[in-house]
Design a binder for this molecule. Structure first.
Ligand code: BJ8
Length: 424
């Protein structure tokens, strides 16, 4: 018999009626997008289970952690160092914001025309429908883009928010600022958790989070094979789950899946028809349950072989150097690793252009699809640079701007199909 989680949700302040509406939407959407895929690896069963229990088992684990004196810290950006949170015994949760929710409430404090990701996180909080949000003892914001920066001021009225000042350039003075921000963050995390971070706990935490990133890299490497042994939709799901699942369990389960995929590769088994166009997606993050563009792309006969996204390679392509001898060096190494993220909030952001060109070669991609969320200035403007560089390299590009609604799905499908036809 399925566990009744309603008493738990009620105890953490969830609006059960509004929450029921999400529960009605998610399973059919998941069934259509995920469970109807053919030729799925058996190892995806664990990730299906995680989604099935998305507001159940994992929330129960968080509540148990809290009951034992632990803290839960929520984040919205891959710039927030999970290593520091874990070193203080905290659990770091990437809060999702990938669905239109609580729009009416969000629009009481935000303008109508704002990035859907920002509107979504505000909506989740104001409508009290996210058990992860309601489990958080603190949320970490950042000064990456203007919309987020200003929205975190408002969010702080509802939950304690610590804002990290993230650099917009990578000069020496930006690096020093970033390092001092990390030191302040460490002090705030220690204050919230009541646990002092030391060289031993930080070193262990660096290794554990590196372990998670390395297994995601192993998965990414397997997709370089032609045919790819796994769909892009499944990989995106794994990358989304990486943000909130238990680190050790997740690492183990992805490793198991990779073992299975290695066998598939040896047998020459692919997930799509032979000759399916190989696509890289790039742009703004696709937070769970935003599977719209990958579903359209793969539903049109292509296979996505890499995500140059924060829910993708930007999250795991770099690891923290593990040779730091003391706290000072370890914080320095953490700072260094995070400054290597190619977010469009940096100016200039040449690294992202170079990365896209090299990814296209390494993953033998036939084309790149640039997906921006509506009203996201950094990515929509940077798409111009991306277009210029890819054109010079002869790499086909399709630029798409969309939101969390389904109204434009038909039109997007037509454009994607035309693009795939052109590159075939
Ligand atoms: S490191 S991409 S996760 S900031 S989509 S809210 S930029 S208006 S999410 Fe991001 Fe960190 Fe950068 Fe990655 Fe603003 Fe654009 Fe919205 Fe965005």
């Amino acid at each position: 018999m399925a566990t009744d989680y309603r008493p738990m949700w009620e105890s953490i302040g969830i609006d059960l009626e509004a929450h029921d509406q999400i529960l009605q939407v998610l399973p059919p959407t998941y069934g259509e997008v995920y469970l109807q895929q053919e030729n799925r690896p058996a190892g995806m069963e664990y990730f299906d289970f995680v989604v099935n229990e998305i507001h159940g088992l994992r929330i129960q684990e968080l509540q148990e952690h809290k009951a034992n004196g632990g803290k839960v810290i929520g984040t919205f950006c891959v710039f927030v160092p999970e290593e520091i949170i874990r070193a203080a015994g905290g659990i770091c949760i990437g809060l999702c914001s990938g669905i239109e929710i609580g729009v009416t409430q969000a629009e009481t404090v935000l303008p109508r025309n704002i990035c859907p990701l920002i509107k979504s996180f505000m909506g989740f909080k104001l409508a009290k429908v996210c058990p992860y949000f309601e489990s958080c003892d603190m949320v970490v914001g950042e000064t990456t883009c203007d919309g987020k920066k200003k929205a975190f001021e408002i969010l702080n009225d509802y939950v304690p928010v610590h804002v990290l000042e993230t650099p917009q350039m990578r000069r020496e003075k930006d690096k020093s600022l970033w390092k001092s921000e990390l030191q302040d963050f460490m002090a705030r995390v220690e204050e919230i958790t009541g646990v002092k971070i030391n060289a031993e706990s930080l070193s262990r935490s660096i290794k554990e989070v590196n372990g998670k990133r390395k297994v995601l890299l192993r998965l990414a490497e397997l997709r370089k094979n032609n045919p790819s042994p796994i769909s892009g939709k499944d990989c995106l799901l794994i990358e989304q789950i990486a943000m909130y699942d238990d680190v050790d369990r997740f690492t183990k389960m992805v490793n198991q899946l990779c073992d299975e995929l290695e066998t598939r590769v040896k047998e020459g088994k692919g997930v799509q028809e032979p000759g399916a166009p190989r696509i890289i997606v790039t742009g703004t993050p696709m937070a769970i349950p935003n599977w719209k563009m990958p579903h359209i792309i793969e539903g049109s006969g292509a296979v996505i072989v890499a995500e140059e996204l924060c829910t993708g390679l930007r999250y795991f392509e770099n690891t923290v150097m593990e040779d730091g001898a003391d706290m000072e060096q370890m914080v320095g190494a953490i700072g260094e690793r995070y400054l290597g993220i190619n977010c469009a909030c940096f100016t200039p952001n040449q690294g992202r252009m170079e990365k896209l060109v090299s990814l296209a070669k390494e993953y033998k991609a036939d084309g790149i699809i640039h997906c921006s969320l509506a009203f996201c200035d950094p990515y929509m403007i940077e798409a111009n640079r991306v277009e210029k560089v890819l054109k010079e390299q002869g790499i086909p590009l399709l630029k798409v701007e969309t939101d969390y609604g389904q109204e434009d799905s038909g039109q997007l499908k037509t454009r994607v199909e035309a693009f795939l036809e052109m590159i075939r």
